[in-house]
Write a protein that binds this ligand. Structure first.
Ligand code: ATP
Ligand code: MG
Length: 567
């Protein structure tokens, strides 16, 4: 363990966060003989989101740094909302992030027998009782933060009566809602969580793992600390809303003989701008078809980010750089975009795609002729090599790269002006062809054969460089431009009376019928590219094929984050 302590000291010189400081302290003051053990405990009632990623990186990250263990444990104590699909997706997402590759997976439901035994122990020692009041009665008797609660008339049932009733609850002989098992603590406690909290309720539902074995299911506050204790967790890290539950967490552990007493530590959850993170809301967006599925690239789910083209490294770096704190705050989504842009800039190959095609005929280029021009794959990485791009008499450029009445500062194509076609030639616009309604349908240009490769032989300068594709050889592709899902920066600051769905951004998805260079059609699904002058795109893992190429925009090129930072 000397190893671990050294490691911890090195860390503290760099300035460690408050959780690592607590762990370092615990290791120094006697608990140092223990191996640090953490856990990530999702409820399998939805897909994981970027907030969960923060918790995963923290818990698994700490285990890695301290040469400890982090357990992936499903908190599957509520049978009615949980499904195997969620379990599978959560395991996939955690592994995709780069954690828990060959660890055993744990389930709270594996501990139901032990939890039940501890409930009996609490009843036997007079510390738990069966309450037969209605839910409504229990609620009103609980008091308020400023007014103490009132003891239930059933609070002083004998141990025998409690054991008998609890047994009936377990066997399914009592109806749902007729009674619950409560801890007997203090109805006048200043902390409302300590006013005889529920431990078990009757639920005659089938559980995804235990089937119909149980008619009662444990409550989170009762079960969670015991699950931690069974697994030998040393530091049970959770979000701030559980701070007021810590005395209860400790009370349960102190009142039966548990194998160890883990320490609960709270940190602020991640909130991201222009995003909601509640699983209930995300599920609603899926169920009501506001998005295509949990992995819709607009979703803040881990699977959504993956399909959008984010890498595990980018999400881990994001989680590490935002740090942890005790105060809730809002993280700018631009920061996440900045990180993926920076990563893809060095890793993604360049390619040309024209999202809104405008045909250009190069009138002095011989008819029937074509050629292959060499293009570098990544200027940021010469090892990425080059590829050949077909060029011909007819090409497409972007509609917005041409303007008929262009102001001086418009450094693209306009009548009489010359621009460079990337990797190809200089062209000059000679003639604008329009349809009957006056829309520009085609441009007639001439090229300078001496500028092959995009070089200027006589030092002649052009201000603009355009991307393009060969009209003959380019391939049609569906390009999906994604933007923020919501239009409000802080979704906790909605106007009164408004629903979060009122803030859905109607332009969060724009689909373009585009023309892309032929090499792109042949690419594997899941491969990322920089489309020159447009942004970073990934071949969609679900829908892309050589017959029907589909690309999702990960992030646009514009580096608004760097600009913000400069300000
Ligand atoms: P919801 O309230 O939307 O159902 P939850 O927090 O209850 O979400 P869980 O499946 O219980 O979801 O979460 C598993 C773990 O992830 C918990 O330890 C929780 O603290 C943590 N977590 C959830 N959301 C965030 C977040 N936004 N930031 C950091 N950690 C989070
Ligand atoms: Mg929860």
């Amino acid at each position: 363990m000397a190893d671990v302590n050294n490691n911890a000291e090195n860390e503290s010189k760099k300035g460690v966060d408050f959780i690592r400081q607590i762990i370092n302290e615990d290791l120094k003051t006697g608990k140092g003989t223990q191996q640090v053990q953490t856990r990530f405990p999702p409820e399998p009632n939805g897909y994981l989101h970027i907030g969960h990623a923060k918790s995963i990186c923290l818990n698994f990250g700490i285990a890695e740094e301290y040469k400890g263990v982090c357990k992936l444990r499903f908190d599957d104590t509520n049978p009615s909302r949980e499904e195997q699909e969620y379990v599978d997706s959560i395991v996939e997402d955690v592994r995709w992030l780069g954690f828990n590759t060959d660890e055993k997976i744990y389930f709270a439901s594996d501990y139901f027998d032990q939890l039940y035994a501890w409930a009996l122990e609490l009843i036997q020692s007079g510390k738990a009782y069966v309450d037969s009041q209605s839910a409504e009665e229990i609620r009103t008797m609980r008091g308020t933060p400023t007014k103490p609660g009132t003891d239930s008339p059933y609070r002083n049932r004998s141990v025998e009566e409690n054991l008998e009733l609890f047994d009936k609850m377990r066997k399914g002989e009592l109806d749902e809602g007729t009674c619950i098992l409560r801890a007997k603590i203090d109805m006048a406690h200043l902390n409302m969580n300590m006013r005889d909290p529920a431990m078990y309720r009757i639920r005659k539902a089938s559980h995804h793992r235990t089937g119909d074995k149980w008619n009662i299911y444990p409550m989170y506050d009762f079960a969670h600390g015991y699950e931690d204790a069974i697994e030998g967790i040393t530091h049970s890290i959770c979000t701030l809303e559980f701070e007021n539950h810590r005395p209860l967490y400790n009370w349960f552990l102190e009142n039966v003989a548990v194998p160890c007493h883990p320490r609960q530590i709270e940190f602020a959850r991640l909130n991201l701008s222009y995003t909601v993170m509640s699983k209930r809301k995300l599920l609603e967006l899926v169920k009501e078809n506001y998005v295509s599925d949990w992995d819709d690239p607009r979703m803040p789910s881990i699977s959504g980010f993956r399909r959008r083209g984010y890498t595990p490294a980018s999400i881990r770096r994001f989680c590490s750089e935002i740090g942890i704190s005790k105060v809730n705050s809002l993280v700018d989504i631009n920061f996440l975009q900045f990180i993926i842009r920076e990563e893809l800039n060095s890793s993604a190959e360049r390619a040309m795609a024209v999202l809104d095609p405008l045909k250009v005929v190069i009138t002095n280029y011989p008819e029937g002729q074509s050629e292959e021009l060499e293009a570098e794959n990544n200027p940021a990485n010469p090892d990425a090599g080059t590829r050949m791009v077909p060029f011909g008499r007819e090409i497409y450029i972007e509609q917005n790269d041409f303007m008929e009445d262009a102001p001086k500062k418009f450094f693209r194509l306009a009548p009489g002006r010359e621009v460079r076609l990337k990797h190809a030639y200089f062209i000059t616009c000679d003639e604008v062809i329009k349809d009957a309604d006056g829309n520009v349908t085609e441009l007639h240009c001439s090229y300078d054969p001496a500028t092959r490769g995009g070089d200027s032989p006589d030092g002649r300068k052009v201000k603009g460089t355009l991307h393009w594709v060969s009209a003959e050889k380019a391939v049609k592709a569906e390009v999906r431009l994604y933007d923020k899902l919501f239009s409000l920066e802080n979704m906790d600051e909605m106007e009164e009376g408004k629903d979060y769905k009122d803030y859905l951004n109607p332009e969060s998805l724009i689909v373009k019928e585009s023309m892309v260079e032929p090499s792109l059609a042949a690419c594997e699904a899941g491969k990322s590219f920089q489309f020159l002058r447009q942004g970073y795109f990934i071949a969609d893992v679900r829908d892309h094929s050589a017959q029907h190429p589909v690309f999702n925009r990960t992030v646009a090129l514009k580096d608004s984050w760097a600009k913000l930072q400069k300000k």
